[in-house]
Design a protein around this ligand. Structure first.
Ligand SMILES: CC(C)=CCNc1ncnc2c1ncn2[C@@H]1O[C@H](COP(=O)(O)O)[C@@H](O)[C@H]1O
Length: 200
């Protein structure tokens, strides 16, 4: 089972975001969930990958060729795929992932989230999306999405419900548990993720 993780490449103002990225990386690795991510050593991406690899996890980086430099690319990933550009990378995330997780991030993270939401809105097979809402980071975005839904802008696909867009939690283990409950995949994987308990 693979989870695509979207998260910031920048150094966050509050180091709690790096700690939470590391916690998510470790939890995914401990439950043998293969991580697919942007492939960078920078920011939350680096913290997540370092922790997952230290816990024996599998981490695949998908990196656009122009960004594949020693300064940017994580040197220890279990596999690295280069793609021509950012657009191809977003498609690879969709091709590979059984679920998506967004940690705090900037335009790149928002772009990746919007890509999967837009796909679901236009009828692509919906897969669970989790938002790690550390310190309420995503609360303003959720307020905006409710505003957009109230304005009638998110309902192009008749089956799309706003509460299905994302599972939101500020606790990494609880978030992963909620995602696990929604994954339309083999029971063994669901069972592995369902053993996640509480913050650690
Ligand atoms: C110095 C420089 C150009 C660093 C950028 N280095 C990057 N390396 C790998 N993936 C990235 C990079 N920047 C953005 N991304 C993608 O966009 C997201 C992060 O962008 P952001 O920091 O949220 O906006 C990640 O999920 C990743 O898939």
């Amino acid at each position: 089972m693979r989870v695509a993780v979207f998260c910031g490449a920048a150094r966050p103002a509050d180091p709690v975001h790096l700690q939470e990225a590391a916690t998510i990386g470790r939890l995914l690795a401990e439950h043998s969930i293969h991580i697919v991510m942007g492939g960078s050593r920078l920011g939350l991406m680096g913290a997540l990958a370092d922790a997952a690899l230290a816990a024996g996890g599998q981490v695949t980086g998908i990196i656009p060729r122009p960004l594949n430099t020693p300064r940017i690319t994580h040197p220890g990933l279990t596999s690295l795929e280069t793609v021509p550009d950012m657009t191809s990378r977003k498609q690879r995330f969709v091709d590979l992932a059984d679920a998506y997780l967004a940690l705090p991030g900037g335009f790149g993270t928002l772009d990746e989230l919007a890509h999967v939401w837009a796909g679901a809105a236009h009828g692509a097979r919906a897969r669970p999306v989790g938002l790690l809402n550390t310190s309420g980071y995503y609360t303003p975005l959720l307020t905006f999405l409710n505003h957009a839904a109230a304005g009638g802008f998110l309902t192009r696909h008749p089956d799309l419900r706003l509460d299905e867009l994302a599972v939101v939690d500020d606790d990494p283990a609880r978030l992963l548990q909620s995602i696990a409950a929604r994954i339309d995949r083999p029971t063994a994987t669901r069972h592995a993720m369902a053993t996640l308990h509480g913050p650690s």
